[in-house]
Design a binder for this molecule. Structure first.
Ligand SMILES: NC(=O)c1ccc[n+]([C@@H]2O[C@H](COP(=O)([O-])OP(=O)(O)OC[C@H]3O[C@@H](n4cnc5c(N)ncnc54)[C@H](O)[C@@H]3O)[C@@H](O)[C@H]2O)c1
Length: 421
């Protein structure tokens, strides 16, 4: 049976999306350039933690498939693009992957096709960049084919809010495009929220991520001030969160991580310049958040100094958790990478333990997770608060702990060998 829906990009977004459509009884094919990923998917083996292999294998048995061959899109009704949208080295939008895919799709486009871009990007991408490429097919938008933008809101590792039950925002180039996209998503996703244009949908996603980035920066700045004023920032955030309205708690930490929040706001900053507009909140938040690994290095240094009369140079430090957030093994943009480099540059001998990351090669670092033996180190720095760790036991076993996530909670507050952010 021919697939109805092609999803381009079998990553953190594409695979869960394929699962949701396949579980709704739709025939789905994933298209990816990495042969190894395609082979794994076709064997029913999942490399995405949110999609268990057991569930994937069942769907594969019922017709879900993967391929590296773009020709498959000819047979489908809908093509969803879920490809990376990184920043260039100059921190400008790099749409090369998405535009490359559009160029693959254009010669295969046929009457009746719906194309939806899901990748996070600046307002105008769908209309100004994707549409002209698809129009090289000679087909007419709104009549022969339809094009829309619908942002992905998946939060990897989360089980209460998933691709299926998080409302899906969709905006098409024409009203008919919006209708087609809304109908498609409505066939598998609980709620669809229509907006009038792709630009509104594109900016919706950026607003959501910028909201997080700015609020995290605010609480990070407060954390630095609290350190000087000797106030516990965690206690303050917890107390403020008891207000039933008008406040939403955000946690301080060693810096931003993941594919979205450290990157996406700068897509808007770049586009805003075209309109002579300077996005000051975004820039300031970026500046504060990027300072955090440096501040955290100074916390480790102070802790060693106060508790052990040691300097960072010559100390051996265990970084506990290197994934960018708990419960997953995703290392993208993880603040642990920057912090490890800073500690090493200061002369510390750094090891790491992470139950989700056995080894990694990133940012010039090549490391393997060591056994969890906190007593063997001068200092244990909690960078990612994975739930697999017994933090009470850690406080008992370690000689010194720097807790950047409030993982040690009340026990850490009561102990004179725990230094908290
Ligand atoms: N990961 C998240 O939590 C998340 C959440 C919301 C939005 N997004 C956005 O969704 C988009 C996709 O992100 P992701 O996290 O799924 O990326 P990813 O890196 O996990 O997956 C991308 C996949 O695309 C494949 N690929 C690369 N070039 C290709 C090409 N030319 N043709 C086909 N496949 C190709 C890669 O091999 C990879 O499997 C990005 O714009 C991201 O910002 C991600």
């Amino acid at each position: 049976m021919k697939p109805e829906i092609a999803i381009i990009g079998a990553g953190y977004v594409g695979v869960p999306l394929a699962q949701v459509f396949a579980e709704a009884g739709r025939r789905v094919v994933l298209v990816d350039v990495v042969q190894e990923r395609v082979d794994q998917l076709n064997r029913g083996e999942s490399y995405i933690e949110d999609v268990p292999s057991e569930a994937l294998a069942k769907l594969v048995a019922n017709g879900l498939s993967a391929t590296t061959d773009y020709d498959i899109v000819r047979d489908t009704d809908a093509i969803l693009i879920a490809l990376p949208t990184p920043l260039s080295r100059q921190r400008e939008p790099d749409l090369s992957i998405v535009l490359g895919a559009a160029r693959e799709i254009a010669p295969r486009l046929r009457k009746g096709h719906l194309v939806v871009l899901e990748s996070t990007t600046y307002p105008g991408t769908t209309r100004e960049e994707i549409l002209p490429i698809l129009e090289t097919s000679g087909l007419k938008i709104g009549e022969d084919f339809h094009l829309a933008f619908s942002p992905e809101r998946v939060d990897p590792g989360r089980t209460d809010w998933t691709t299926k039950n998080v409302p899906k925002v969709a905006g098409g180039i024409t009203p008919a495009c919006t209708d087609r996209a809304a109908d498609l998503y409505g066939s598998a996703i609980d709620t669809v929220h229509r907006v009038s244009t792709p630009e509104a949908a594109e900016l919706t996603k950026l607003l959501e991520n910028i909201f997080r980035s700015v609020n995290i920066a605010l609480v990070n700045e407060m954390a630095i001030l609290c350190d000087r004023m000797n106030i516990d920032i965690w206690e303050v955030v917890e107390a403020a969160a008891t207000k039933p309205f008008g406040f939403m708690p955000f946690s301080p930490g060693p810096g931003l991580g993941g594919h979205c929040i450290p990157i996406d706001p700068f897509y808007l900053t770049w586009k805003a310049r075209e309109f002579g507009f300077y996005t000051e909140f975004i820039e300031l938040a970026g500046k504060v958040n990027e300072e955090m690994p440096y501040f955290c290095r100074s916390l480790v240094s102070q802790a060693l100094n106060h508790a052990k009369e040691m300097s960072l140079k010559g100390s051996n430090v265990l970084v506990l958790g290197v994934a960018y957030k708990p419960g997953i093994g995703d290392m993208r943009e993880s603040p642990a990478l920057k912090l490890i480099s800073l500690l090493q540059n200061a002369g510390a001998d750094v090891s790491y333990h992470d139950p989700h990351v056995t080894s990694f090669t990133e940012h010039g670092l090549e490391m393997t997770s060591v056994a969890f033996e906190p007593a063997a180190y001068d200092c244990v720095v909690i960078v990612t608060d994975h739930s697999e760790i017994d933090y009470e036991q850690l406080v008992d076993d370690a000689s010194l702990v720097v807790d950047l996530r409030n993982a040690t909670g009340a026990k850490g507050t009561a102990s004179d060998k725990v230094f908290k952010l």
